[in-house]
Design a protein around this ligand. Structure first.
Ligand code: SF4
Ligand code: SF4
Length: 247
């Protein structure tokens, strides 16, 4: 039977089976990674999206066989480490996502790998928990009397050296500044524009601001609000926004 390329229909997202003990079975997860990595190796469409795919393809190309079977399974975790779960490969690129019979969901597989690592306790667990507590970090660093000191310290060579040594944050890595005037706190409410549904889209917007815009770049959110207002599109801010843990 020929298998045609997919992505002609909307993807079907199967829920993560995270309550099933099998979800945390390392051997089963590695076997699924081998299956998926082999499909990706033959496709390579996502090479430019993030560092997960180049990491995988370098591992394959430098292996003794030039195929996925030549890659040490211990190195699979290097691919997992590079995924920051943006979902772009699943949502925009991959033709093999469900309902395609290959049933490929790269981000969910990476998430499963991260869950296994987290449960097992990796050497970087402390660092990872701290850096992934984005909402908590933003709340603390954005306290008005604290924010200037945090921003100054994040540019101090001695502090950056300590961060590099103890948390593995490279001393030359760019770090965003924090703002005490968070987006959510200073949002100008929507004017009472009449909702005008478009041909294919509803004429109103719910803004999910993200921790980054809220604590680090509130100007982006305020600019978006101005664009919506200029186009007379009413908006609300998502009330139950919660941190996803992306640093
Ligand atoms: S979900 Fe992960 S693997 Fe996919 S594009 Fe985003 S970072 Fe890369
Ligand atoms: S996730 Fe899909 S589109 Fe991306 S490289 Fe793998 S098979 Fe290709």
């Amino acid at each position: 039977m020929t298998v045609r390329e997919g992505s002609l229909e909307a993807p079907t997202r199967h829920p993560l089976d995270w309550l099933n003990p099998q979800f945390y079975d390392e051997a089963a997860a590695l076997a699924e990674m081998e299956r998926v990595f082999d499909i990706c190796h033959g496709c390579r469409r996502c090479v430019s999206l993030c560092n997960s795919f180049p990491t995988l393809f370098d591992l394959v190309d430098e292996s003794s066989t030039g195929e996925v079977d030549g890659v040490d399974k211990a190195d699979y975790w290097k691919v997992v480490d590079q995924c920051y779960l943006c979902d772009v490969c699943y949502l925009t690129k991959c033709p093999y996502v469900p309902p395609h019979p290959w049933n490929l969901d790269f981000p969910h597989l990476m998430l499963r790998g991260k869950a296994i690592q987290f449960k097992q306790g990796t050497p970087t667990r402390f660092r990872d928990v701290q850096l992934a507590s984005t909402d908590r970090n933003g709340k603390l660093a954005g306290i008005p009397v604290v924010v200037k000191a945090v921003n100054a310290l994040s540019r101090n060579d001695t502090v950056r050296g300590l961060l590099d040594e103890h948390l593995g944050v490279h001393k030359d890595a760019w770090l965003p500044s924090f703002s005490a005037d968070t987006f959510r706190k200073n949002l100008t409410p929507s004017k009472p524009h009449v909702i005008r549904d478009g041909q294919r889209t509803p004429g109103k917007v719910a803004i999910f601001s993200t921790c980054y815009v809220n604590y680090n770049e509130p100007g982006i959110g305020h600019d978006l609000v101005k664009v919506l207002d200029h186009n007379e599109i009413p908006f609300v801010i998502a009330e139950k926004e919660a941190c996803c843990g992306m640093p």
